[in-house]
Design a protein around this ligand. Structure first.
Ligand code: LMR
Length: 343
């Protein structure tokens, strides 16, 4: 190696060390007058389970750090859309996000798509055994290699199907263009129903439904309501065929560089915000569904037990189809959590 190249490497190494030290001392000197700023970007409305939990976290974190940390929340894709927000997190453009679990595979962590498998969680109790137990911990740990630290799982809820035609049986979705998040499992799910899946950013869904770019979509009622999607969808079926929830994540370098006392305070604030998120999620979705019903714009259909069995039968093969992508063992371990609760 040339001497000039060695000199260059030594100099740039010293610069990195110097910058890190300066950065650390800036963080260590954070005060109410000169606070550490955490930009928390998300794509949903403020009056949703995620929006409200983010506000609660802000409140608790700022109080616990006596203003040495300031959380700036940017809801409704105001800063970044789905794919961009994860890239921005890795680049340090924002420090905190709570993307839906369906959006982590493009980071290279395909295992998160286990949450998208149709009918894998019989209810929230099973889901919580997964998110709050060793499976959840090991999934979050996989993010570290991507420069991302996972802090918590936040609930939203089980998804309903919406479109402009009544959907009693899976065949009713045949040939329909259905908006999905960027998850291969959701792609396979819509194909199993005979539909034509289209990946779109969340912020684009309302307009795509309104203009007929897509015919329908899936989401928990809280999103359907707060994005006004119900105004451009005549029918909703309470299929509850899959789950949508979030992982709260931070830029790893930023997180590791925080003064230890601040990291501790933020961890405690996150714990309380998580309890709050998970306590309100079902109620928020129930209220949203009531509001959609009251609007009179959308017909809400509950499948009969026979119809529900048909949805399950048609979607069951997706689990096998996706085994290689997600990991057989992971799927088995989630099923074991369900069995432990008698399902
Ligand atoms: C979606 O894109 O449908 C959801 O992930 C939006 C969200 O964050 O709840």
């Amino acid at each position: 190696m040339k001497v000039s190249k060695i000199k260059f490497l030594v100099a740039s190494g010293l610069m990195t060390v110097l910058c890190t030290l300066l950065n650390h001392s800036a963080l260590a000197q954070a005060s109410a007058a000169n606070p550490i700023i955490i930009k928390f970007s998300h794509v949903v409305a403020s009056d949703t389970p995620k929006g409200k939990a983010a506000e609660r976290f802000k409140e608790l974190a700022e109080k616990a750090t006596k203003g040495r940390v300031k959380i700036e929340i940017y809801p409704n894709s105001a800063l970044y859309k789905d794919k961009e927000e994860l890239e921005a997190l890795q680049m340090g453009g924002v420090q905190m996000l709570a993307p839906s679990l369906a959006k982590f595979a493009p980071l290279g962590v395909k295992e998160f798509e286990v949450f998208d498998l149709p009918f894998i969680f019989p209810n929230r109790d099973v889901l919580h055994r997964v998110t709050e137990g060793p499976i959840g911990t090991s999934l979050l740990a996989k993010l570290e290699a991507k420069g991302v630290t996972g802090l918590a799982f936040w609930d939203n809820g089980f998804k309903v199907m919406s479109s402009n035609v009544p959907m009693h049986l899976p065949t009713d979705l045949r040939g329909k263009k259905m908006r999905i998040q960027a998850s291969k499992v959701l792609d396979a799910q819509m194909r199993a129903l005979g539909a034509n899946p289209q990946v779109l950013a969340f912020s684009e869904v309302y307009q795509a439904l309104q203009t007929g770019v897509v015919d329908g979509t899936e989401n928990p009622p809280s999103n359907l309501y707060t994005q006004k999607m119900f105004e451009v969808q005549k029918h909703v079926t309470l299929s509850n065929h899959g789950y949508l929830g979030y992982a709260v994540v931070v830029n790893k370098k930023f997180w590791d560089g925080l003064p230890a006392d601040i990291r501790l305070a933020l961890t405690a604030a996150m714990k309380s915000a998580t309890q709050y998120a998970n306590a309100i999620a079902q109620v928020e979705n129930d209220n949203a569904l009531d509001a959609i019903k009251k609007s009179g714009k959308t017909t809400i259909y509950t499948p009969t037990p026979q119809e529900r069995a048909e949805w399950m039968k048609v979607l069951q093969p997706v689990r096998v189809e996706m085994e290689n992508r997600i990991g057989k063992e992971l799927i088995k371990s989630v099923n074991a959590e369900a069995r432990a609760l008698g399902y």
